[in-house]
Design a protein around this ligand. Structure first.
Ligand code: NAD
Ligand code: IPM
Ligand code: MN
Length: 365
């Protein structure tokens, strides 16, 4: 029997609620495939700071180190609550970025997927959605402004100042470029490279390396868009995109726009892949505004499980069935509150209601 260790980081806010639904799916997959998923819960995030004095405690590092894959819920507090934690201990700087750095998870896959049957969830007009939305944002995850040199202080004029650098070297760009080209090659063979080379020298180097790597992929067409224009095209004509690649900060912002195109961030799972370790998390945050009400949409967390099954455990068929089960529940007219709009005649379900229906549907597939 195959046995895998999966670190379970519930996180904050809606994290524990949506993680509970994700582990229901894992239990079913384990049972019917004769696979053992050894789930290893580990404190992580603001909750860990309050219970263990650190948002990424040593014991959690040890659990993640020995895990075959990591499943992570969202972390973070509301703007006001965050102030109760010292800046560098806040879970974004104190846990999430250290997790990404520790496992060098440079390749972040953020699929933006909405089949035609679910097009009504999107705020975009039906003629823009057409046969549905299906593109993937490949975001560089361990470089750029997030990890560059940072300095704050008082300058010669006695003014407070800050200096944050956007840093990349060519190897960091080359490895994400290869991931993007490989992905494009397997899909529609079109790669949209998103940059800001009219201002940023980091983008000039980025584009040079993209073109160098492109020489090895003559069958992939590369289309270059400035990031500001790309934001507009994502609203006006998202169907032109199939694979998009971009640096860390651009990817953070445009992937949330992806959630907007779909109708909710609750539809945004993701995979964060490093050379030796991968972790899987929703693209969204801890949603403090709806935490504890059992109304969060667990699709993003269950979708992250599907990505883990495919990318870490070679269980592609099961991954496909998980997606299918989720689509099917929505197609039967159910909806979570984040996706409901006036005029949509939906049967409203809770977080665990959705998880239960997906589990039942999956059991039939
Ligand atoms: P957010 O993504 O938590 O929420 C934005 C909006 O989307 C909210 O209205 C929220 O209710 C809604 N939403 C998000 N996920 C949902 C889901 N699954 N179902 C239904 N609705 C959902 O962003 P925010 O409010 O700006 O940030 C809250 C906290 O999350 C901050 O502390 C931030 O730093 C953190 N954050 C963490 C991650 C992560 O762990 N990877 C990602 C983004 C933000
Ligand atoms: C994300 C989040 C994180 C990011 C924050 C919480 C550090 O917004 O995963 O998109 O900016 O990468
Ligand atoms: Mn983000």
């Amino acid at each position: 029997m195959d046995s895998y260790k999966v670190a379970i980081l519930d996180g904050d806010g809606i994290g524990p609620e949506i993680m509970a639904e994700a582990t229901k799916i894992l239990d079913l997959i384990a049972e019917r495939n004769q696979v053992n998923f050894e789930l290893l819960p580990a404190p992580f995030g603001a909750s860990a700071y309050f219970s263990h004095g650190h948002s990424f405690p040593e014991e959690s590092k040890a659990i993640c180190d020995k895990a075959d894959a990591i499943l992570k819920g969202p972390i973070g507090l509301s703007h006001e609550e965050s102030k109760k934690i010292p800046l560098d201990m806040q879970p974004e700087r104190g846990a999430l970025l250290p997790l990404r750095r520790r496992y060098n998870t440079f390749a972040n896959f953020r699929p933006v997927f909405l089949p035609k049957g679910l097009a009504h969830f999107s705020p975009l007009k039906p003629d823009i959605i057409g046969d549905g939305i299906d593109f993937i944002i490949i975001r560089e995850l361990v470089g750029g402004l997030y990890f560059g040199n940072k300095e704050t202080g008082i300058n010669e004029d006695g003014k407070r100042f800050v200096n944050e650098s956007l840093e990349y070297d060519e190897d960091q760009i080359r490895r994400i470029a290869r991931v993007a080209f490989d992905t494009a090659k397997k899909r529609k063979k079109v790669l949209h490279n998103i940059h800001k080379s009219n201002v940023l020298k980091s983008s000039v180097l980025w584009n040079e390396v993209i073109e160098e790597v492109g020489v090895d992929y003559p069958d992939v067409e590369v289309i270059h868009f400035l990031v500001d224009a790309a934001a507009t095209y994502l609203c006006l004509n998202p169907r032109q995109f199939d694979v998009m690649v971009m640096e860390n900060m651009f990817g953070d912002i445009l992937s949330d726009q992806g959630g907007g195109i779909l109708g909710s961030l609750g539809l945004m799972p993701s995979a964060c892949i490093g050379p030796k370790k991968a972790y899987y998390e929703p693209s969204h945050g801890s949603a403090p505004d709806i935490a504890g009400q059992s109304i969060a949409n667990p699709y993003s967390m269950i979708g992250s499980v599907a990505m883990m099954l495919e990318m870490s455990f070679n269980m592609e068929d099961e991954a496909k069935k998980v997606w299918q089960a989720m689509q099917s529940v929505f197609a039967q007219g159910y909806s979570t509150p984040d996706l409901s709009k006036p005029g949509i005649n939906a049967k409203m379900i809770s977080t665990d209601g959705f998880g239960d229906l997906v589990t039942e549907e999956l059991a039939r597939l």
